[in-house]
Design a protein around this ligand. Sequence first.
Ligand SMILES: [Zn+2]
Length: 462
Amino acid sequence: MNKPLLYSFLVALIGCSTIEKKSPGAFFAGEIVNPTSPFVVLFKDDIAIDSAKLDGDNRFSIQLDTVEEGLYHFDHSPELQYVYLEKGDSLMIRLNTEDFDETLIFSGKGEEINNFLVEFFLSTESEPAIVYSYSQLGPEEFSHILDSLKNIKVNDLNDLIMDGTLSDRATEMAKASIDYNYYIYKEKYPFWNRRKTGKGNIQELPNNFYDYRKEVDYNNKSLTYHRYYYNFMKTHFNNLSYMGCYTKCNDTHHDIVKNKLHFNQHKLKLIDSLVIEKNLRDNLFRNVAMDYLISVHDTHENNRIFLNDFHRFSGNNSHSAEIEAIYQGVNNLQPSNKLPNISVFNTDGTLVTLQEIAEKEKNAVFYFWSGTQRSNFQNILTRVAQLSENRPEFTFIGINCNTDVVRWQSLLSANQLDMDRQFRTDDFENLKNALVIGGLNKGIITKDGRIVNAFADLYSSF
Ligand SMILES: [Zn+2]
């Protein structure tokens, strides 16, 4: 090969790779085995930026002309998972909805970071129980166990970095996953330790126990929607609020548990004083409000006081309308009220109001299920069957949320459910807000068409 030719060959090669690198877009495609929805929707943070319909072979493709580097998620209802995208990425996924996360595999340009993130996610799913089992240990020993668990992940990541395929930003994202995942356990330790040892008070901690808090970044836009980072923030503010009330407000454990209004006001104040990034602030404030309004069931007056504080600290919160709806919902669901004016379909496809259903029964329990979350559906059915036998004075009424009509009917017959006691809605958003449904274990108990307890739990209230 003569030199000029070699040079032009090299120039052409370099030219190609430069063009590839400079491509401002990204390609995201794949195949979904056993689809549970006709679509794949791609989100950046909480905004849907593109979607694609599955073709006859259950394949989809999305071409983004420009891509902001960072964490995205794709939604194939009802499941979702993260995807990390950079300029020039060309990423293929394959998954089977019967085991969504376990079967998810990425291939193509960008596969390394994405496979790392999903493998990390899977490997941490069973970890809380393991870490909890060590939480009776003293703080030094506990930290030591955490360090050794963490080191395994750090070594995996270092191997990947050595391969030279990760960009700096991708490395940073992977590192944040590992760091914040293990920071969470540190925040939980004092409470887990108290529970596990059965001691009445919080274990004293060495001065360096929370040293990592110096590294915590309250203003990192690229991590705002990152699962470990956000879970860390929630746990961290629980810990800070509890310790704040314990030491600064001189509250006893009993005071903190009893006076949820004060505790949650304290938490709002702490979030306000530490968090800078707007979306993270909004999301954390929303989380405190939902938690307080939905799980505490405080008096009407206390709810109002809390909401005033919420608006004072977070006047332009992007979730304000939702929080107001929940607040209204909670007020409407007070004992002895009638049920909100919501209609659902019966098995003939006729609309009936919840109130009409409730009035036909002496004692009724409304429960909720979704045909797409199989394990949840099976658990709820088993529980309701058990309760129907033990508590024959109640009529159990199932409300299906968002399963399409054909699949719903086939699930009803397959599970031999009583057709007169099964209903469905295709507007779960409305139902969820009006009935303040935080989780699918919720039950609403009525007597003679009036609410007895709209915040019952199928497991703990019976
Ligand atoms: Zn306090």
